[in-house]
Ligand binder design. Sequence first.
Ligand SMILES: *Cc1c(COP(=O)(O)O)cnc(C)c1O
Length: 151
Amino acid sequence: MYIETPSNPLLTITDMQAVADLAKANGIVTMIDNTFASPINQNPVDFGIDIVIHSATKYMGGHSDILAGAVAASNNHIEIIWNTAINLGGSLSDFTVWMLERSLKTMNLRVKCQSENALKMAEYLDSNPNIDRVYYPGLKSHPDHELAKSK
Ligand SMILES: *Cc1c(COP(=O)(O)O)cnc(C)c1O
């Protein structure tokens, strides 16, 4: 089962625990695109999701100067993914890896600050009578607010 939560761009929230429980009960592997939350805001492994992928182009890179991705999983899954990557031949340049490693050092600070700013901006826009709807799970008006808070 493959999920993306929060989804891009409407920020709908999927119940990771429910997905993981359903999948485990039926012997199904779960995989999540965790890009929009980042590893700072959400750790799907805590809910039993098997494979976590990220676009490292976004929060991990953080400077709009690299194109990369990352995957995290337990040994049995990562071995298959690693061998597939070797066979397909896709790999990052040393310069991209250097810039990504540079960026990861500040990801925690950047993402926390961006999340605070996003909430302020969402509240400001939500209070503007000229704006019909704001999609942000941090707002009480978001349909998935309670689910987002529980994660
Ligand atoms: C941007 C984005 C991607 C794709 O990332 P690239 O590194 O640009 O290929 C994948 N998933 C989500 C949720 C994204 O927001």
